[in-house]
Design a binder for this molecule. Structure first.
Ligand code: BT5
Length: 252
């Protein structure tokens, strides 16, 4: 286990593993023994997971597979649905340090020039009675990949940081930057929720004021993406002038 101090002097526990099925699955299975703000990082994932039944492709050593364990606090229940949006803004700020302007596709896809560079998966773990035990916030970022492996990713146009910057990326340096940025404002985020990041989130969006289609479970909603509300929900204006607010879904 490695201890790292972030910019606010707080200690983080980082557990570094070689190969796991999925860092999220590992954290879920071990959640009882893991304290708040423990970070799991693996060199390889053999069954990395995306949302629903989708998978996350391991593009080889030097890419980031990370899960952050977050335990409930007083304010936690209200904001936990916005944690993925918080992490997407955090990631954009880190990518800027590498000279890149990333865009966010609601709710939390981070894109460079329209290509997916990272994926975020938040999972909640409950006690038998339904009380929240914790959130596992997983993130995969393509840092060092071959173009041919990127091209083989199913159903998505993707990219990696080394391809975008033209140089190899130091995994440890990147993950420290990401964790530093995440925890620098995390406590404030617990207090203020989505409001804290709304401006940055909106400035980075690539979907507002466009006619879009959103897959919500097995139905499709369409309309003009008119705003992101105070809670991070996507407001759609439908053809028959109805306003609908989506809290979950995939922009197609
Ligand atoms: C996601 O799902 O984007 C969330 C991925 C989260 C991965 C991390 S890695 C650490 C932690 N442990 C895990 O097991 N998971 C988390 P979703 O929005 O459902 O997108 C999945 C889709 O992205 C796939 O169906 C592919 O089309 C595409 N994809 C898969 N691997 C990719 C990659 N390496 N880079 C870019 N796109 C990828």
């Amino acid at each position: 286990m490695v201890h790292v101090y972030n910019t606010s002097g707080e200690q983080m526990r980082i557990i570094e593993l070689d190969t796991v099925k999925s860092t999220n699955s590992y954290a879920k299975a071990e959640i009882e023994c893991l304290q708040d703000k423990t970070v799991i990082i693996a060199k390889h994932q053999t069954s990395g997971r995306g949302r629903l039944t989708r998978s996350w492709v391991d593009l080889g050593e030097g890419n980031l597979f990370m899960s952050i364990v977050l335990k409930p606090s007083e304010k936690f229940n209200e904001i936990y649905s916005n944690l993925t949006q918080y992490l997407s803004v955090v990631l954009c700020r880190v990518l800027k340090k590498y000279g890149l302007e990333a865009q966010i596709k609601w709710p939390n896809d981070v894109l460079i020039n329209g290509k997916k560079i990272a994926g975020i998966l938040s999972e909640s773990v409950m006690f038998p009675g339904g009380k929240l035990k914790g959130i596992i916030l997983g993130i995969g970022v393509n840092l060092n990949a071959e173009q041919s492996d990127i091209d083989a990713i199913p159903d998505k146009i993707a990219t990696a940081l080394n391809i975008e910057t033209g140089r190899a990326i130091d995994l440890k340096d990147f993950s420290n930057k990401l964790l530093d940025e995440f925890f620098a404002n995390y406590d404030e985020f617990l207090n203020k929720g989505f409001e804290l990041i709304k401006k940055d989130y909106i400035n980075r969006n690539c979907f507002l004021n466009k006619e879009i289609k959103v897959q919500v479970f097995n139905r499709i909603e369409s309309g003009l993406a008119s705003e992101v509300d105070a809670n991070g929900g996507l407001v759609l204006l439908t053809k028959d002038k109805k306003q609908i607010v989506l809290t979950i879904g995939d922009i197609l």
